[in-house]
Ligand binder design. Structure first.
Ligand SMILES: O=C[C@H](O)[C@H](O)[C@H](O)COP(=O)(O)O
Length: 196
């Protein structure tokens, strides 16, 4: 008698975060022992850092040095036991891994909406290779398409000098940070000006 046909298992529906984790782990496959790494900021970068730490603890990666792109990443990396340094000591990075905010069909990219624009640009301009992870929520026809904004980070030293000229001319395009009812989001001691 023929065995009854088993119904196929129901398809597994992965959450957005599980998909980010898969992407981040894939990116970490490019990490090799001895590398100086740019450690990105955000949920995808956190998965990458978790994986790097796991491989370090398993002895599958050695002599890794991380350069964090934000205070938050720095704290996470310290708690994960990833050895850290800074750009003063390592002007060239072997690899940087980070997530995007938006990407258009021409591969124009927005980063920094999480408030780490300046450090991300500094760290991620020094790379030999940059892996930027783009999940489907970040794909847009035109930049600004997620309803998000293009961030401009303003160093607070004398920032008010900008107001009459620069900020006023952008005013009609400023995106209000509703949570604070103000246009600036303070991160890393700088102001983040979100323009739409
Ligand atoms: O300033 C923040 C960064 O640009 C983040 O890397 C970006 O917002 C992506 O974050 P997430 O991985 O959480 O989507």
């Amino acid at each position: 008698m023929e065995a009854p046909i088993q119904a196929p298992p129901p398809p597994t529906i992965l959450t957005e975060d599980e998909l980010k984790k898969i992407d981040a782990y894939k990116a970490v496959e490019f990490v090799e022992s001895g590398m100086v790494l740019g450690l990105g900021t955000g949920s995808i970068a956190k998965h990458a850092d978790d994986r790097i730490a796991e491989l370090l603890h398993q002895g599958k990666l050695t002599n890794i040095i991380g350069i964090p792109t934000s205070k938050k990443t720095q704290e996470q990396a310290i708690s994960l036991g990833i050895p850290l340094s800074d750009l003063d000591k390592h002007l060239i990075l072997d690899l940087a891994i980070d997530g995007a905010d938006e990407v258009d069909p021409y591969l124009n990219l927005v980063k920094g909406c999480g408030g780490s624009l300046l450090r991300e640009k500094m760290v991620e301009s020094a790379f030999k290779k940059f892996i930027v992870i783009v999940d489907q929520t970040k794909l847009v026809k035109n930049l600004g398409g997620t309803g998000g904004a293009v961030p401009i980070e303003v160093v607070p030293f004398c920032w008010k000098l900008l107001k009459p000229g620069y900020i006023d001319c952008l005013k009609k395009n400023l995106k209000l940070d509703v949570s604070r009812n103000f246009v600036f989001v303070e991160r890393m001691e700088n102001h983040l000006l979100l323009t739409i």
